[in-house]
Design a protein around this ligand. Structure first.
Ligand SMILES: CC(C)(COP(=O)(O)OP(=O)(O)OC[C@H]1O[C@@H](n2cnc3c(N)ncnc32)[C@H](O)[C@@H]1OP(=O)(O)O)[C@@H](O)C(=O)NCCC(=O)NCCS
Length: 307
């Protein structure tokens, strides 16, 4: 939580506090800072840009009445033992974009969102954690449903609450598996954006993955009024899904130009290079924009976690 005493707001304290925190994090080796904002302008002013989304879905339990033909039976499991769940979640992390590898604290927030453990059900491939029904609503605390069989088992479980609740709610991505299979009554109730602030552009680019089979390069210039190490001209070479970055002094080709917050959205793949260019946030020649488009395209980033 970030807060300034109400009597002292608007005097630059919040900005100073956050700037110091970002510099400390960078000095400690952090490459990105990620947060779920209560206010956008404050964080935009600190160099954060939109990194991805969290979708809030809901549906009546009857929307899960027709599960895939091959449905697994999900058995109760211990919600306080996250280690086996982390293993089940690994393939989702590898396929998707944006999901954090959870720390113990993040697992506690995911499986005990109100302080008490959720009810956990799993099979050898995946799991679903649900909260006790309240006010005729059933909240899914967390889910990992990587196969049709596990998904079918989870749908059967949710449908079984049709006498007790009117709606099932859950968080997920734009292509959430429960949302893909739900029938009548599915609703997207909300879509929140989370923010990213690159603390070390070169390290972030070298740790990121890139589209397999792509060999490409691009030159771009970043403006960052807080972290001067991020400023200047970067040359990125991509091959075999890896990126290699070098800072160049002499002008070989006209670089694309952007603020650090725009780079944040490009980096995660939340906004495409062409969309940012058309919005006037990314500047440069069209052929350089197209190279950035190829390098940073990928699965839409999303994350269900709150912290
Ligand atoms: C948000 C908060 C921490 C900002 O602290 P602050 O000391 O008042 O902010 P600052 O004076 O350092 O303002 C820095 C900049 O952010 C802007 N800003 C601050 N709060 C803002 C808000 N709520 N909405 C829009 N802009 C805001 C200021 O206008 C200023 O812009 P400038 O640099 O262009 O002049 C403080 O208002 C707060 O405690 N709010 C309630 C809790 C909250 O919302 N926290 C965010 C949790 S994610």
């Amino acid at each position: 939580m970030v807060a300034v005493d109400p009597a002292l707001r608007g005097a630059g304290l919040g900005k100073t506090l956050m700037q110091s925190l970002l510099m400390e994090a960078r000095a400690a080796g952090a490459v990105l800072s990620i947060l779920c904002p209560a206010t956008l302008p404050f964080y935009r002013g600190l160099g954060y840009g939109c990194g991805g989304v969290t979708c809030q879905w809901s549906a009546p339990p009857t929307a899960f009445a027709t599960p895939p033909s091959r449905a697994a039976v999900l058995r109760p499991a211990d919600p306080l033992d996250a280690a086996p769940l982390a293993l089940l979640r690994r393939p989702l992390l590898a396929d998707g974009n944006g999901l954090p590898e959870r720390t113990e604290a993040l697992w506690t927030l995911a499986l005990c969102p109100d302080g008490d453990p959720a009810d956990l059900f799993r099979d050898p491939e995946g799991y679903i954690a649900i909260m006790p029904p309240r006010d005729r609503r059933l909240a899914v605390a967390d889910h990992c449903l990587p196969s049709g069989a596990t998904l079918g088992g989870a749908m059967g479980l949710l449908e079984g609450f049709r006498a007790q609740v009117d709606r099932v709610t859950w968080s997920g991505g734009p292509n959430d598996p429960l949302a893909l299979l739900a029938g009548d009554g599915l609703r997207l109730d909300g879509r929140e954006e989370w923010l990213v602030r690159p603390l070390d552009v070169a390290a972030a680019l070298e740790k990121r993955g890139y589209p397999s089979g792509l060999t490409e390069s691009a030159t771009f210039e970043i403006k960052d009024s807080l972290i001067f190490g991020n400023c200047g001209r970067h040359h990125l070479e991509v091959a075999q899904s890896r990126g290699n970055i070098s800072q160049i002094e002499q002008v070989v080709e006209a670089p694309a130009r952007m603020e650090i917050g725009t780079f944040a959205s490009l980096f995660t793949g939340h906004a495409s290079a062409r969309a940012l260019w058309r919005a006037g946030l990314l500047h440069g020649e069209e052929k350089m924009i197209d190279r950035l488009q190829r390098i940073f395209c990928g699965a839409a980033p999303w994350m269900p976690d709150r912290f």
